[in-house]
Design a protein around this ligand. Sequence first.
Ligand code: FES
Length: 136
Amino acid sequence: MIEPTTKKVINQRRVFVKYLPFMLAGTLSYPAGKFIFFSEIKDQSFMIALNKIKDGMTEIKKHSVYIYKKGNKIEVLNAHCTHMGCIINFYKKKDKFICPCHHSEFSISGKVIKGPAKRNLVKIPFKIKHETLYVS
Ligand code: FES
């Protein structure tokens, strides 16, 4: 004969096993949902007056981009490393970008100098109109 406390424990186990799939689904869906809906990808559309962009590299942290300007030449680069998406840093003295995560290196124009990244930085299209740079 099964004692009442043993019966109670068996019942609790059954309830636990019954709801286990829901608990696992909830536990696993949280990080997936967070990644999908709240990932670090920022809106990269913005505008900036040309006279606010100095020659050289300008980081626009709010939009995760770098603007490189030299005279009339302008390039806008996505600041996400093409390896796994970390935000790269620009080192003025070395004249290159270095990713803090796995140390990929990129030239000023975004070309891969050193892996593990295999793809160049993504260039972001832009327009200049009425002395304003529109990044889309
Ligand atoms: S994320 Fe940049 S090198 Fe890995």
